[in-house]
Ligand binder design. Structure first.
Ligand SMILES: Nc1nc2c(c(=O)[nH]1)N[C@H]1C(S)=C(S)[C@@H](COP(=O)(O)OP(=O)(O)OC[C@H]3O[C@@H](n4cnc5c(=O)[nH]c(N)nc54)[C@H](O)[C@@H]3O)O[C@H]1N2
Ligand SMILES: Nc1nc2c(c(=O)[nH]1)N[C@H]1C(S)=C(S)[C@@H](COP(=O)(O)OP(=O)(O)OC[C@H]3O[C@@H](n4cnc5c(=O)[nH]c(N)nc54)[C@H](O)[C@@H]3O)O[C@H]1N2
Ligand code: SF4
Ligand SMILES: [Mo]
Length: 747
């Protein structure tokens, strides 16, 4: 029985802050001793509706895990950087010694000051991603700190930038079909979307739709659980989605299934698109995608003639070299058929564009003017961390791709200006596990002259290279406010328990470090509560002044926990139909089939299919013929949770496995359970073969994990490259060529 609020128990409203579209409302029961004894979903939240995924249902195992970082630690002077066996790290061991927060902050401040004086502040690189997607924890006091310091800016491209920019080039803003409305659809396409693994709260709405007769089609090279239960699983070859989308458009236009009035009213560049689409007849598209021409025709007809048709496009598609073009092409489909006009139709890549947080107030880019640089610092692309740590600033004439990018659409490679990186400050991220081209990252992290600070909850692959490890709080231990990229609710996450040990939040860390650095601006003393009001831009009447948040007050958030955005307050009376009236925030004010912005950047203004360099059509395929899907794990969150025994158990079936088609295995004399080496010019890993006849021929799959928990101390990212996507400068985890050889038998 759920403990009711009583003198002995409190129930606190929090929000799961892991990098997941769902942003679940989580109720935490805290006992009289201040210990969290239960986490459960808040049944009142209309999207997440009272249940948690398997990862977070066991969250107390994580919060109270014996291997949490609980105290600041400093590397002993002679201790070598590099992988350590994973064990419960005692505050004193042969590598790290426990220090007080005062010693840690003084030591770090002194070294950052010295580095900035000697090499210029741009030699300091912050590295963070979405360990927490709480608005404050993700990017606020930290940004203020690094702007004021004059440190390099980080281009946060590792996850969604290719797809996000591609979507924005078409629509101007990331909005999509409300998650709850998927229940009204009659056709649902899950396109590069692992819904069971990565977005489970959408699933009950899809089930409801299917009970009412909807069909589900999954387009994914891998047979995910979602694909396995779909009405039709199209196991497309990786990186060929742009061709498929253009092929579908070809059939739609050929057969006159487009919505002419919607196109005339809402879109720009139809004639040019129509001309381009002629180049993609089904026969040609079939040769790339591995589908039959008749299947392409059937899919096009079914998509264009079913109402409402909802497309769940997730970020899988855009982790390819041509991922930007692919997302642009797919995003155009509902514009061509007018699917947006019907409630329950349209598409969702992300809903994040609806949350207009006051980023300027949170991040204070103006503080860069007070830095020794007197301007905004250079921008370093996080998807090329290996190059940033090993090549940046090493040569005065850097002609090759350099990890310094402009925030422009194409993230054009420019010769690297400025100094090498001499100090790296990692938080909210575990790049020694998750960044591509791990061996280059590792060479960088091993540099004796690199000063590395890592703010973490656990002793990860990355803390093994740290000079200082600082203890971080979990979402139960700090207050934050949060939006979502899979629904339209603003939510308050209240601190439920006292921080464990000496753990401190990201806001606390950068506020205190700023003061040690002598930064006197009052904003460095803002409290989380003040910063939540800044994020909401609370006006004189106590209400947010941000677009679509105007009715929201902190008091309402405190009371309700979750509050819908303005356009989603009463969906029954006023359903939200994105992109059904203009002007849109694109240059033409319309949905852009043709993009002048891309043309001006020297890129193809129309979607087109260019096979990835690392694909079966590239020259590298002669030596490395297999396309690797370097996948996420269903029971981890990227590398998060991988150290917990309960989660490892759930993941055991596919952990350290190479999934391979039986024919690809046979031609290499590989059988089920054999040991195999998977390699390319960047690196190699040893895995156990697992035959999977559902994979397309020529495609293999393996899962992301902590490197140091693998038998050979390496994970899939030794194989992935630092090549960037066509749009947005994103990482290309799913454009990776490898070869597989047998190294040992199963018995
Ligand atoms: N359980 C769990 N949940 C997660 C995460 C996790 O690691 N584990 N990670 C979180 C994060 S950071 C993110 S960004 C989201 C991402 O969520 P998703 O966008 O769903 O991300 P992925 O799992 O990378 O890719 C989705 C699917 O795309 C497929 N795919 C790969 N290449 C191609 C291709 O070329 N074409 C097509 N059509 N499909 C392709 C993959 O096989 C995969 O099943 O999930 C979040 N949720
Ligand atoms: N091969 C392969 N590689 C991938 C991907 C893939 O699909 N395949 N996916 C990519 C994608 S989409 C993403 S988003 C990236 C993610 O890569 P990362 O950003 O490295 O994400 P995580 O692995 O989740 O690690 C986040 C870390 O932040 C810590 N953390 C959590 N909350 C806090 C906090 O409040 N403060 C601090 N200081 N730390 C905190 C957690 O303990 C965890 O170790 O990985 C990418 N890497
Ligand atoms: S990881 Fe995602 S599905 Fe799981 S509790 Fe957190 S927000 Fe919900
Ligand atoms: Mo991500």
């Amino acid at each position: 029985m759920a403990p009711a609020a009583s003198p002995h128990f409190r129930i606190v409203h929090t929000v799961c802050s892991h990098d997941c579209p769902d942003s679940c409302a989580v109720l935490v029961t805290v006992n009289g001793e201040g210990r969290a004894v239960k986490v459960e979903g808040d049944p009142k939240q209309p999207v997440t509706r009272g249940f948690l995924c398997g990862k977070v249902a066991k969250y107390l195992d994580r919060v109270y895990a014996p291997d949490r970082v609980l105290y600041p630690m400093r590397r002993k002077s002679k201790a070598q950087k590099g992988p350590r066996p994973h064990e419960h790290e005692a505050p004193e061991n042969e590598v790290f010694e426990r220090v007080s927060w005062d010693e840690a902050l003084d030591g770090i401040a002194a070294r950052l000051r010295e580095t900035a004086d000697r090499y210029g502040p741009e030699s300091i690189l912050p590295y963070s991603y979405a360990g927490t997607i709480g608005v404050l924890g993700y990017g606020s006091m930290d940004r203020r700190f690094f702007h004021r310091l004059g440190a390099s800016q980080l281009d946060r491209t590792i996850c969604s930038e290719a797809g996000g920019q591609a979507w924005n080039l078409v629509y101007g803003k990331k909005l999509g079909t409300p998650t709850e409305d998927f229940r009204l659809a009659k056709l649902i396409l899950a396109w590069g979307a692992n819904i069971h693994g990565n977005n489970i709260h959408l699933w009950p709405f899809i089930e409801e739709a299917r009970r009412n007769g909807a069909r589900l089609i999954a387009i994914d090279p891998y047979r995910t659980r979602t694909a396995a239960v779909a009405d039709w699983h199209i196991a497309i070859r990786p990186g060929t989605d742009a061709a498929l989308a253009l092929g579908l458009m070809h059939v739609i236009l050929d057969e006159g299934l487009e919505d002419r009035s919607y196109i005339a009213e809402m879109t720009h560049g139809f004639e040019q698109l129509a001309a381009r689409v002629r180049e993609y007849p089904p026969e040609r598209v079939a040769a790339w995608t591995g589908m039959r021409p008749a299947e392409i025709e059937r899919l096009a007809r079914e998509y264009a003639t079913t109402r409402p048709a909802a497309l769940r496009l997730n970020y899988g598609v855009q982790r390819s070299e041509n991922g930007g073009a692919a997302v642009r092409a797919i995003a155009m489909l509902p514009a061509l058929t007018g699917a947006w006009k019907t409630r329950g139709g349209g598409a969702q890549l992300s809903t994040s564009g609806a949350f207009a947080w006051d980023k300027k107030a949170l991040e204070r880019p103006d503080l860069a003017l007070a830095s020794p640089l007197g301007r905004l610092a250079r921008v370093v692309n996080m998807s090329q961390l290996g190059q940033a740590l090993t090549e940046l600033g090493q040569s005065s004439e850097q002609e090759t791709v350099a990890p310094v990018s402009s925030p422009a659409v194409a993230r054009a490679s420019t010769p690297a200006p400025g100094p090498p990186v001499h100090a790296l400050f990692v938080y909210n991220s575990n790049p020694a596990a998750t960044a591509p081209n791990h061996n280059a990252v590792r060479r960088g992290l091993e540099r004796d002259d690199l000063f590395t600070v890592v703010h973490e909850q656990f002793f990860t692959d990355t803390t093994d290279y740290a000079d200082f490890v600082l203890p971080a709080t979990t979402f139960l231990e700090h207050t934050d406010v949060q939006g979502a990229y899979g629904h339209y609710f603003v939510q308050l996450s209240k601190q439920a328990i006292e921080p464990l040990g000496e753990a401190r939040s990201n806001v606390w860390l950068f506020s205190n470090l700023a003061q040690r650095m002598g930064f006197t601006e009052p904003c460095f003393r803002d409290t989380p509560e003040e910063m939540i009001r800044q994020a909401l831009a609370v006006g004189a009447d106590g209400r947010s002044t941000n677009a679509d948040m105007e009715h929201i007050t902190v008091e309402e958030l405190e009371h309700e926990g979750h509050v819908p955005l303005a356009f989603h307050r009463d969906p029954e009376k006023q359903p939200f139909l994105p992109y059904t009236s203009d002007p849109l925030p694109t240059p033409s004010g319309k949905i852009e089939f043709y993009s002048e912005t891309l043309a001006a950047a020297g890129l193809d203004p129309l979607p087109g299919f260019v096979p990835p360099v690392e694909s079966r059509w590239g020259a590298m395929a002669k030596k490395y013929p297999l396309e690797l899907l370097a996948r996420k794990s269903d029971n981890y969150m990227n590398s998060t949770f991988a150290n917990l025994p309960g989660h490892r158990k759930m993941e055991a079936r596919t952990s350290q496995r190479l999934e391979i088609h039986p024919l690809d295995a046979q031609s290499r004399s590989v059988g089920e359970g054999d040991r195999v080496r998977v390699s390319n010019d960047r690196g190699a890993i040893d895995l156990t073969a697992m035959l999977n006849a559902h994979l397309p021929l020529g495609v293999v799959a393996a899962r992301l994990d902590w490197a140091k928990l693998q038998s050979d101390g390496a994970n899939v990212n030794v194989l992935t490259s630092e090549r960037l996507t066509d749009i947005g400068g994103g990482a290309t985890f799913y454009s990776t060529l490898v070869e597989v050889e047998k190294t040992g038998s199963s018995d």
